[in-house]
Design a protein around this ligand. Structure first.
Ligand code: VG1
Ligand code: CO
Length: 543
């Protein structure tokens, strides 16, 4: 093994966003781009010498090349060992599990998650801590600082490691263990859920469809749903990972997973359907004739938690991101347990989970997970639902309707304006931020503003503070709108407008959210001037 020191220059814009650094794949493939960021990770974590890390990704274009670069750069710095998923693959929750289970010093996950993949699409990289969770802002800030001052990095020359061959090998002095990406994860799922009950449900003719969206979860879903639980062969759709996700966006929502939604709304609908995203950490839940909004799904899981072995003893606390609907809060209140409200991004749940303050967390963007890992976990949420369905013997539609009758319904929708010119999106936010203080008491589209502020978060565990986490406008009567700019996109800006209204009357919980929220949508437009600022007539995506 020959060590080379490469001189480089700081590259601008290597600032991690909501979940790691995401850029166009071609940017990552440019001279020194990936190498600089990996060197900055080493600097940000106090060096990699003597450490053991997990490495894997969602299989998108450039995943395998990036793994080889990380192997050579870790070896050059004297890392003790890398544990790598076979063929460079690991779903995000499986990586989180391996980091924890093998008591490593953390891991590197190669993914741009729900963003499309391919030479002309997106790539991403992030560092996870020894607890298995995404690096907190303190660490990502250190990494970003390091990207600004780099002048060289070290890399070892050597043959590529055969990522397909399971078992342990070495690269120079460093051990490289290639592991099956599914085995440990599947074993954990068997411990957390009642596989006998779910297997029984499926054996009784209950039909499911799981859309892996040509992404990494296909491996996991084939093994767990079909092989271990006995779902009919073919229940897993698009189950072979492809570097460009079959040309689509691996985003499990009614827009990008439309064929699955059409299936459950059609005449030959299965009893249950679900999808997950590029790196397997998100979930979309569907039943025959029903789409379950992620915020509602989270509330349903909380309300039914004692039905699954993992939460047999009940929950001691739950948490949701700020833009996620208050449906979880309603359940938490009834259970008499705390419900924490965090900024968007899974990294903010880590401390609450580590401290045992929350055991179930979720985001409106279809991320849900428990304290078994420190990432959101798509298949876990699917198994949680299947376990509830198997024990309760109710349909998805019956569960939703019973839930709303008991707790009321938080009508919810999110409107995304994608690829807006950055200056225009920022101008909208700036203008609204400046007017927040003047809004209370004013009436828009028949709704009177009760409060308006910019969300900031004080972490109750380590006291760290996160500011500028979204602009909130609450109306009298409990409805609200939140404005935020996305931190995961790679082109221009994405404006997210989160809209919500609570309906306590059990007689009024049916219906279409876009209709139920018409007044809130109109008020949001009046308050923020979305059309005027963005030049758009309406959102690109409604979820
Ligand atoms: C989005 C979601 C957020 C999620 C993040 C990472 O962030 O809104 O809830 O945690 O993606 O998810 P943003 O900044 O674009 O709104 V994943 O599955 O894309 O890693
Ligand atoms: Co994801």
């Amino acid at each position: 093994m020959e060590l080379i020191t490469v001189s480089t220059r700081a590259i601008e814009g290597q600032k991690p966003g909501t979940s790691g650094l995401r850029k166009k794949t071609k940017v990552f493939m440019g001279a020194h781009y990936l190498e600089n960021f990996v060197a900055a990770i080493w600097a940000g974590i106090g060096g990699v010498a003597g450490k053991t890390l997990v490495v894997g990704g969602d299989g998108r274009y450039f995943n395998d090349r990036a793994v080889q670069v990380i192997i050579r750069m870790a070896a050059a710095e004297g890392a003790a060992k890398l544990i790598v998923g076979q063929n460079g693959l690991l779903s995000t929750p499986a990586a989180s599990n391996l980091i924890r289970k093998r008591a490593t010093n953390g891991g590197i996950i190669l993914s741009a998650s729900h963003n499309p993949g391919g030479p002309d699409e997106d790539f991403g990289i992030k560092f996870n801590m020894p607890n298995g969770g995404p690096a907190p802002e303190e660490v990502t800030n250190r990494i970003f600082q390091a990207t600004k001052t780099l002048s060289e990095y070290r890399i070892a020359e050597g043959q590529d490691i055969d990522l397909s061959a399971l078992g342990e090998t070495t690269f120079g002095e460093m051990a490289v263990e290639i592991v099956d990406p599914v085995t440990d994860y599947a074993a954990m799922m068997e411990e957390l859920f009642d596989f006998e009950a779910i297997g029984g449900l499926l054996a009784g003719g209950f039909r499911i469809a799981f859309d892996a969206m040509h992404a990494v979860t296909g491996l996991y879903a084939h093994e767990i749903l079909e092989n271990r639980l006995g779902a009919a062969p073919g229940s897993v759709l698009n189950g072979t990972p492809s570097p460009d996700f079959g040309g689509g966006h691996p985003d499990p929502n009614p827009i990008w997973a439309k064929p699955l939604v059409d299936l459950v709304m059609g005449p030959d609908a299965p009893d249950f359907a679900a999808a997950s995203d590029g790196d397997g950490d998100r979930n979309m839940i569907l039943g025959r004739g029903v789409y379950v909004t992620p915020s509602d799904s989270l509330a349903v899981l909380a309300a039914n938690a004692p039905l699954v072995p993992m939460f047999r003893e009940g929950l001691s606390g739950v948490a949701r991101s700020m833009p996620t609907s208050g449906a979880l809060d309603v359940v938490a209140k009834e259970l008499g347990i705390p419900c924490f409200e965090t900024p968007t991004g899974w990294k903010f749940f880590g401390n609450l989970l580590d401290a045992g303050l929350a055991q179930l967390c979720g985001e409106e963007s279809a991320g849900t997970s428990g304290d078994h890992v420190r990432e959101k976990d798509g298949l876990w949420a699917v198994l949680f639902w299947l376990n509830i369905l198997a024990v309760s013997r109710m349909s998805v539609a019956e569960i939703m309707s019973a839930h709303w009758k008991k707790h009321g319904r938080n009508f919810y929708t999110r409107h995304d304006y994608e690829g807006v010119e950055t200056e225009k999106a920022e101008a909208l936010m700036e203008s609204l931020r400046a007017r927040l203080g003047t809004l209370p008491g004013k009436t828009h589209a028949g709704l009177t503003v009760a409060a308006a502020d910019e969300f900031a978060y004080d972490d109750p565990v380590d006291g760290s503070k996160a500011t500028a986490q979204g602009l909130r406008v609450a109306f009298e009567g409990g409805s609200r709108v939140v404005f935020r700019l996305s931190g995961t996109g790679t082109v221009g800006a994405t404006l997210r407008v989160y809209l919500e209204a609570y309906e306590p009357d059990p007689a009024k919980t049916d219906g279409d959210p876009e209709t139920a929220l018409a007044a809130v949508i109109a008020a949001a437009e009046e308050i923020a001037g979305i059309k005027a600022h963005t030049g758009r007539e309406g959102p690109d995506v409604r979820t």
